[in-house]
Design a protein around this ligand. Structure first.
Ligand code: AGP
Length: 344
């Protein structure tokens, strides 16, 4: 099967599905290779120079790209920058932009209208702009002072999977370089590890338990919560299930009223510290709700914590794919959505 898609410059590209039934699954499996290619493309960039005089960073994106910005925002905050993360559709530029302020816009397509508008505003005020995109010739790159290309190759499925992982990888890698200027990554080991991880994921029991639900709550803390923002978007987008990511400590401030003996809550605790979600899990179970723990996928992984969000998201991407299959939905083309949103 070959899907035809119109790219922004109106040419038609065709990419073969190979042995896969859908692009979404193929693209999840392409993640390790995409990360390797991305690394090869950025390993010689002088990030120390780019970030030398930077004090403030604003991350901007839409949808999944915004969700990867949330991870970048969290990591760079740890490095001591003043960071803020903005939805491109809600971006309001200040009266002036200082020389020490870097704006980072992330966009898979580089054609998202809200991102283009934000870029235009930033450049009108002569702000410094770093663009992270998958498309080297996209309109967004024309506004850039610096461009970082994620080398995820063409992403055909509407749902962003491998590109999200590459975007998170870029942020985590820069974070490591800025923390230690002599940082070296063994990319072959790194990508092999992710490849084995994907091959050995067994998510069938979770798919069976959630595929008939009409709402799902996801709980986590710290960076896990940010991963769940993306996980829940993926399940909404592909499976048409209403999902709600909740910071675990917030459950008791309102959302607990949704829990009953039919509820299933997905819990992510990548730290493997059982105490972390204990209270929230007790709150759910004592109301008859069931908690499905995702840390089982992350056990015995020896990876730097900044790269963990890549591992954490993949089971959710897989689950959203297989639930769509169970529901007889086309995971590559969810209803009402387009790959690239070129209207504001
Ligand atoms: C991702 O699964 C979505 N299809 C969507 O949220 C997307 O990430 C968003 O529209 C932004 O697109 P962009 O990365 O091309 O700017």
């Amino acid at each position: 099967m070959v899907i035809q898609l119109h790219t922004h410059n109106n040419c038609i590209k065709q990419l073969s599905l190979g042995n896969f039934k859908h692009y979404m699954l193929k693209e999840i499996y392409e993640t390790p290779f995409a990360i390797r290619k991305t690394y090869e493309n950025i390993c010689d960039v002088d990030f120390l120079k780019i970030f030398k005089h930077i004090k403030d960073i604003t991350f901007i994106g839409c949808g999944t790209a915004y969700n990867s910005c949330l991870i970048g925002n969290e990591l760079f905050k740890e490095l001591g920058y003043n960071t803020v993360c903005e939805l491109a559709s809600n971006y309001q530029v200040s009266k002036e932009i200082s020389k020490n302020h870097l704006h980072i816009i992330v966009s898979q397509s580089g054609e998202t209208a809200d991102c283009l508008k934000a870029a235009e505003k930033i450049k009108q005020l002569k702000g410094k702009l770093l663009i992270i995109t998958n498309e080297s010739k996209s309109t967004l790159t024309k506004f850039a002072d610096y461009i970082i290309l994620s080398k995820a190759n063409k992403e055909m499925a509407v749902a962003s999977t491998k590109t999200y992982c590459c975007q998170v990888f870029i942020f985590a890698y820069i974070y490591k370089v800025l923390s230690n200027k002599n940082y070296k990554l063994n990319i072959i080991d790194f990508s092999n590890k992710i490849e084995n991880y994907i091959k050995n994921l067994n998510i069938q029991d979770i798919v069976e338990q959630i595929n008939s639900l009409d709402k799902i709550i996801l709980i986590g803390k710290d960076i896990d919560y940010l991963t769940l923002v993306e996980a829940s978007l993926k399940i909404r987008e592909i499976d048409y299930i209403f999902t709600l990511p909740i910071y675990s400590g917030e459950l008791k401030h309102g959302t607990l009223s949704l829990i009953d003996n039919k509820s299933i809550v997905l819990a992510l605790n990548s730290s493997n510290n059982a105490e972390k979600l204990k209270t929230a899990i007790n709150e759910i179970e004592s109301r008859g709700g069931k908690v499905l723990a995702f840390e089982r996928f992350l056990q015995n992984l020896e990876v730097d914590s900044c790269y963990l969000p890549i591992y954490s998201i993949i089971p959710f991407q897989m689950i959203s794919y297989y639930v769509a299959i169970e529901r007889n939905l086309n995971p590559d083309m969810p209803r009402n959505l387009a790959k690239s949103v070129t209207v504001e």
